[in-house]
Ligand binder design. Structure first.
Ligand code: DX5
Ligand code: ZN
Length: 220
Protein backbone atom coordinates (compact mmCIF):
# COMPACT_ATOMS: atom_id res chain seq x y z
CA UNK A 1 0.00 0.00 0.00
CA UNK A 2 3.04 2.28 -0.03
CA UNK A 3 2.68 3.31 -3.69
CA UNK A 4 1.34 6.82 -4.36
CA UNK A 5 1.48 9.73 -1.91
CA UNK A 6 -1.77 10.54 -0.09
CA UNK A 7 -2.66 13.83 1.56
CA UNK A 8 -4.77 13.74 4.73
CA UNK A 9 -5.69 17.31 5.77
CA UNK A 10 -6.26 17.71 9.52
CA UNK A 11 -9.54 19.45 10.36
CA UNK A 12 -8.01 20.57 13.67
CA UNK A 13 -6.99 23.69 11.71
CA UNK A 14 -10.44 24.09 10.12
CA UNK A 15 -13.13 26.55 11.18
CA UNK A 16 -15.07 24.53 13.76
CA UNK A 17 -18.13 26.74 13.29
CA UNK A 18 -18.58 25.24 9.81
CA UNK A 19 -16.86 21.84 9.88
CA UNK A 20 -19.26 20.32 7.34
CA UNK A 21 -18.50 22.95 4.73
CA UNK A 22 -14.77 22.62 5.47
CA UNK A 23 -14.87 18.85 4.91
CA UNK A 24 -16.72 19.33 1.62
CA UNK A 25 -14.17 21.98 0.58
CA UNK A 26 -11.31 19.57 1.35
CA UNK A 27 -12.97 16.86 -0.73
CA UNK A 28 -13.40 19.30 -3.63
CA UNK A 29 -9.76 20.41 -3.21
CA UNK A 30 -8.54 16.85 -3.78
CA UNK A 31 -7.89 15.54 -0.27
CA UNK A 32 -7.33 11.77 -0.20
CA UNK A 33 -8.31 11.35 3.46
CA UNK A 34 -9.82 13.57 6.14
CA UNK A 35 -7.64 13.54 9.27
CA UNK A 36 -9.77 13.91 12.38
CA UNK A 37 -7.86 14.66 15.59
CA UNK A 38 -9.71 13.47 18.69
CA UNK A 39 -8.30 14.82 21.96
CA UNK A 40 -9.60 14.15 25.48
CA UNK A 41 -7.75 16.71 27.64
CA UNK A 42 -6.17 13.73 29.46
CA UNK A 43 -3.82 11.96 27.03
CA UNK A 44 -3.05 15.42 25.59
CA UNK A 45 -3.63 18.87 27.12
CA UNK A 46 -6.36 19.78 24.64
CA UNK A 47 -10.00 18.86 23.94
CA UNK A 48 -11.53 18.61 20.49
CA UNK A 49 -14.40 16.50 19.16
CA UNK A 50 -16.12 13.19 19.89
CA UNK A 51 -18.01 10.50 17.94
CA UNK A 52 -21.20 12.57 17.54
CA UNK A 53 -19.39 15.17 15.42
CA UNK A 54 -17.99 12.39 13.21
CA UNK A 55 -21.49 10.88 12.94
CA UNK A 56 -22.75 14.23 11.63
CA UNK A 57 -19.89 14.61 9.16
CA UNK A 58 -20.13 11.03 7.84
CA UNK A 59 -23.10 11.44 5.47
CA UNK A 60 -21.47 14.46 3.78
CA UNK A 61 -18.67 12.58 2.03
CA UNK A 62 -17.33 9.17 1.09
CA UNK A 63 -13.76 10.27 1.80
CA UNK A 64 -11.76 8.09 4.20
CA UNK A 65 -12.07 9.36 7.79
CA UNK A 66 -8.55 8.97 9.17
CA UNK A 67 -9.34 9.21 12.90
CA UNK A 68 -6.41 9.92 15.21
CA UNK A 69 -7.36 9.07 18.80
CA UNK A 70 -5.27 11.01 21.27
CA UNK A 71 -7.31 9.67 24.16
CA UNK A 72 -6.67 7.32 27.06
CA UNK A 73 -7.99 4.92 28.03
CA UNK A 74 -8.94 4.18 24.42
CA UNK A 75 -10.58 0.71 24.34
CA UNK A 76 -13.99 1.83 25.61
CA UNK A 77 -14.41 4.34 22.77
CA UNK A 78 -13.39 2.26 19.74
CA UNK A 79 -16.89 0.96 19.06
CA UNK A 80 -18.46 4.43 19.16
CA UNK A 81 -15.89 5.89 16.77
CA UNK A 82 -16.33 2.92 14.45
CA UNK A 83 -20.12 3.25 14.49
CA UNK A 84 -19.81 7.03 13.97
CA UNK A 85 -18.07 6.36 10.65
CA UNK A 86 -14.30 6.22 11.20
CA UNK A 87 -12.52 4.24 8.46
CA UNK A 88 -9.05 4.17 10.01
CA UNK A 89 -8.76 4.20 13.80
CA UNK A 90 -5.31 5.13 15.04
CA UNK A 91 -4.38 4.86 18.72
CA UNK A 92 -1.29 5.54 20.83
CA UNK A 93 0.32 2.46 22.47
CA UNK A 94 0.73 4.45 25.70
CA UNK A 95 -3.10 4.73 25.84
CA UNK A 96 -3.72 1.03 26.36
CA UNK A 97 -2.58 -1.72 28.73
CA UNK A 98 -2.81 -4.33 25.97
CA UNK A 99 -1.88 -3.31 22.41
CA UNK A 100 -3.03 -6.63 20.91
CA UNK A 101 -6.42 -6.28 22.57
CA UNK A 102 -6.87 -2.74 21.23
CA UNK A 103 -5.88 -3.88 17.72
CA UNK A 104 -8.41 -6.72 18.07
CA UNK A 105 -11.17 -4.32 19.11
CA UNK A 106 -10.60 -2.18 16.00
CA UNK A 107 -10.42 -5.27 13.77
CA UNK A 108 -13.69 -6.54 15.28
CA UNK A 109 -15.33 -3.32 14.00
CA UNK A 110 -13.90 -4.10 10.52
CA UNK A 111 -11.92 -0.85 10.50
CA UNK A 112 -8.30 -0.24 9.48
CA UNK A 113 -5.86 -0.16 12.37
CA UNK A 114 -3.32 2.61 12.90
CA UNK A 115 -0.74 2.80 15.66
CA UNK A 116 1.05 6.05 16.50
CA UNK A 117 4.48 6.97 17.89
CA UNK A 118 5.02 10.29 19.63
CA UNK A 119 8.31 12.03 18.74
CA UNK A 120 10.17 10.60 21.76
CA UNK A 121 8.53 7.13 21.60
CA UNK A 122 10.86 4.37 20.41
CA UNK A 123 10.17 1.92 17.56
CA UNK A 124 10.56 -0.99 19.99
CA UNK A 125 7.23 0.06 21.56
CA UNK A 126 5.41 -1.11 18.40
CA UNK A 127 7.94 -3.21 16.45
CA UNK A 128 6.25 -6.54 17.10
CA UNK A 129 2.91 -5.15 15.93
CA UNK A 130 4.06 -3.76 12.57
CA UNK A 131 2.70 -6.83 10.81
CA UNK A 132 -0.68 -6.48 12.49
CA UNK A 133 -1.53 -2.88 11.58
CA UNK A 134 -2.49 -1.07 8.36
CA UNK A 135 -0.87 2.27 9.22
CA UNK A 136 1.92 3.63 11.39
CA UNK A 137 1.38 7.28 12.32
CA UNK A 138 4.70 8.95 13.09
CA UNK A 139 4.13 12.18 15.01
CA UNK A 140 6.51 14.95 14.05
CA UNK A 141 5.21 17.23 16.81
CA UNK A 142 4.18 16.56 20.41
CA UNK A 143 0.48 15.62 20.16
CA UNK A 144 -2.10 18.19 21.25
CA UNK A 145 -2.00 21.19 18.96
CA UNK A 146 -1.80 22.24 15.31
CA UNK A 147 0.66 24.85 14.05
CA UNK A 148 3.73 23.46 15.85
CA UNK A 149 7.24 23.17 14.37
CA UNK A 150 8.25 19.92 12.61
CA UNK A 151 10.75 17.81 14.62
CA UNK A 152 13.26 16.54 12.00
CA UNK A 153 14.65 13.81 14.31
CA UNK A 154 11.58 11.70 13.49
CA UNK A 155 12.81 11.29 9.89
CA UNK A 156 15.36 8.74 11.09
CA UNK A 157 12.65 6.76 12.85
CA UNK A 158 10.57 6.96 9.66
CA UNK A 159 13.43 5.54 7.57
CA UNK A 160 14.00 2.71 10.07
CA UNK A 161 10.33 1.74 10.10
CA UNK A 162 10.13 1.82 6.31
CA UNK A 163 13.22 -0.45 6.19
CA UNK A 164 11.68 -2.91 8.65
CA UNK A 165 8.46 -3.00 6.62
CA UNK A 166 10.35 -3.56 3.36
CA UNK A 167 12.65 -6.24 4.85
CA UNK A 168 9.65 -8.15 6.17
CA UNK A 169 7.54 -7.49 3.07
CA UNK A 170 4.90 -5.73 5.16
CA UNK A 171 2.44 -3.45 3.40
CA UNK A 172 1.50 -0.90 6.07
CA UNK A 173 1.24 2.80 5.24
CA UNK A 174 3.47 5.30 7.02
CA UNK A 175 1.71 8.55 7.86
CA UNK A 176 3.67 11.55 9.16
CA UNK A 177 1.71 14.03 11.23
CA UNK A 178 2.61 17.43 12.59
CA UNK A 179 4.31 20.54 11.25
CA UNK A 180 4.41 19.18 7.70
CA UNK A 181 4.92 22.06 5.25
CA UNK A 182 6.19 22.88 1.76
CA UNK A 183 9.83 22.85 2.94
CA UNK A 184 9.89 19.48 4.71
CA UNK A 185 7.31 17.43 2.77
CA UNK A 186 9.80 16.01 0.27
CA UNK A 187 12.22 14.82 2.98
CA UNK A 188 9.27 13.25 4.80
CA UNK A 189 8.41 11.34 1.61
CA UNK A 190 12.06 10.43 0.97
CA UNK A 191 12.24 9.05 4.50
CA UNK A 192 9.41 6.67 3.61
CA UNK A 193 6.14 8.39 4.56
CA UNK A 194 3.45 7.81 1.95
CA UNK A 195 0.66 9.72 3.71
CA UNK A 196 1.18 13.32 4.79
CA UNK A 197 -1.08 14.94 7.39
CA UNK A 198 -1.23 18.70 7.34
CA UNK A 199 -3.47 21.19 9.08
CA UNK A 200 -2.05 24.69 9.28
CA UNK A 201 -0.10 24.54 5.99
CA UNK A 202 -3.16 23.45 4.02
CA UNK A 203 -5.58 25.87 5.66
CA UNK A 204 -3.29 28.90 5.96
CA UNK A 205 -0.79 29.05 3.06
CA UNK A 206 -1.61 30.80 -0.25
CA UNK A 207 -4.58 32.63 1.36
CA UNK A 208 -6.11 29.29 2.24
CA UNK A 209 -6.12 27.91 -1.32
CA UNK A 210 -6.79 24.30 -0.27
CA UNK A 211 -6.40 22.79 -3.75
CA UNK A 212 -3.09 24.52 -4.42
CA UNK A 213 -1.70 23.62 -0.98
CA UNK A 214 -2.71 19.97 -1.28
CA UNK A 215 -1.11 19.79 -4.72
CA UNK A 216 2.15 21.35 -3.54
CA UNK A 217 2.42 18.89 -0.65
CA UNK A 218 1.63 15.97 -2.94
CA UNK A 219 3.97 16.96 -5.79
CA UNK A 220 6.93 18.64 -4.10
C1 DX5 B 1 -1.51 17.20 16.58
C2 DX5 B 1 -2.36 16.50 15.53
C3 DX5 B 1 -1.94 16.84 14.13
C4 DX5 B 1 -2.05 18.32 13.82
C5 DX5 B 1 -1.46 18.63 12.47
O1 DX5 B 1 -1.70 16.58 17.83
O2 DX5 B 1 -2.27 15.10 15.67
O3 DX5 B 1 -2.76 16.09 13.22
O4 DX5 B 1 -3.41 18.70 13.80
O5 DX5 B 1 -1.58 20.01 12.29
P1 DX5 B 1 -0.33 20.86 11.72
O6 DX5 B 1 -0.15 20.37 10.30
O7 DX5 B 1 -0.80 22.28 11.81
O8 DX5 B 1 0.84 20.55 12.59
ZN1 ZN C 1 -3.22 13.95 14.06
Amino acid sequence: MEDQIKISPSILSANFSKLGEEVLALEKAGADYIHIDVMDGHFVPNLTIGPDVIKNLRPLTKKVFDVHLMISPVDNYIKSFAEAGADIITFHPEATKDISKTIGLIRAEKKKVGISLKPKSEIKLIEKFLGKVDLILIMSVEPGFGGQKFIPDVLNKTKKIRDILRKNNLKADIEIDGGVNFDNCSEAKNAGANILVSGSTIFKENQGNLKKNIEILRNN
